[in-house]
Write a protein that binds this ligand. Structure first.
Ligand SMILES: *[C@@H]1O[C@H](CO)[C@@H](O)[C@H](O)[C@H]1NC(C)=O
Ligand SMILES: *[C@@H]1O[C@H](CO)[C@@H](O)[C@H](O)[C@H]1NC(C)=O
Ligand SMILES: [Cu+2]
Length: 148
């Protein structure tokens, strides 16, 4: 094992560390995973997002949720989505949007709205606000996460 070879090994090691660091880095929120909400179903009416969230956890502070959606046409009617952060557990259960915060409007889901989880152990309640609770209730477009 010559001097050149040892130097190559060092270079290789340094490059590997760099690549691993880059893989763990998300542009929005530093270290953490990028998680597409709903997986390949994206953010749409009628997919059970609370079931998805239960199956997709645990979520961690630093993870970034990606909401992907765009207006679609169904029987000549345009269907939009958005993303709200609901105020409380009760608001979540009732699909009540009073005191909620809009995170992303109907156009921000294309190519994807990014939300990075920050606070640990505090639940974050998400829902679609279209149709005065219709998408949240009948459309099952609500879920919560408790970042670890
Ligand atoms: C959605 O999933 C949740 C959690 O698994 C479940 O409790 C609920 O019954 C499901 N809703 C529907 C309409 O299937
Ligand atoms: C949605 O939000 C974006 C970014 O803030 C803004 O540029 C756009 O005009 C908004 N669109 C609607 C339909 O409100
Ligand atoms: Cu919706």
């Amino acid at each position: 094992m010559g001097v050149m070879c040892a130097r190559r090994m060092t270079e290789f090691w340094a490059l590997s560390v760099l690549l691993l660091a880059m893989a763990g880095w998300s542009s929005a929120g530093g270290y953490g995973k990028m998680i597409v909400v709903g997986g390949k179903e994206h953010w749409r009416f009628g997919y059970n997002y609370s079931a998805w969230a239960e199956a997709s956890g645990p979520f961690h502070a630093g993870d970034t949720l990606v909401f992907i959606y765009k207006p679609s046409t169904f029987n000549g009617i345009t269907v939009n989505h958005n993303v709200y952060k609901l105020h409380s557990r009760k608001a979540y259960e009732q699909c009540s949007f009073a005191q909620s915060i809009i995170l992303a409007n109907t156009t921000q889901g294309d190519p994807g709205f990014h939300f990075t989880l920050t606070e640990r152990n505090r639940p974050v309640y998400f829902a679609c606000g279209i149709g005065e609770g219709l998408h949240c209730n009948e459309g099952l477009m609500k879920f919560y996460v408790v970042p670890r």
